[in-house]
Design a protein around this ligand. Sequence first.
Ligand SMILES: [Zn+2]
Length: 62
Amino acid sequence: MPTAPEPTRVNGPTSEGEQICHIVTEEDPDTALCGKDVTGWPWNPPWPYCVVCLDLLQSRFS
Ligand SMILES: [Zn+2]
């Protein structure tokens, strides 16, 4: 069992600049394709998609 305390989770982006829609996979729904921890973020926010996630998604299925 890990002994370190869980880091405090923040619901959603902490600043307006963070309001980007990241893409997650079914295997790891808490981590975006680009590596961003998106635990607790909304599923379908009306924000533009993260271009890194889009690139990685295309490379996965092409
Ligand atoms: Zn992303």
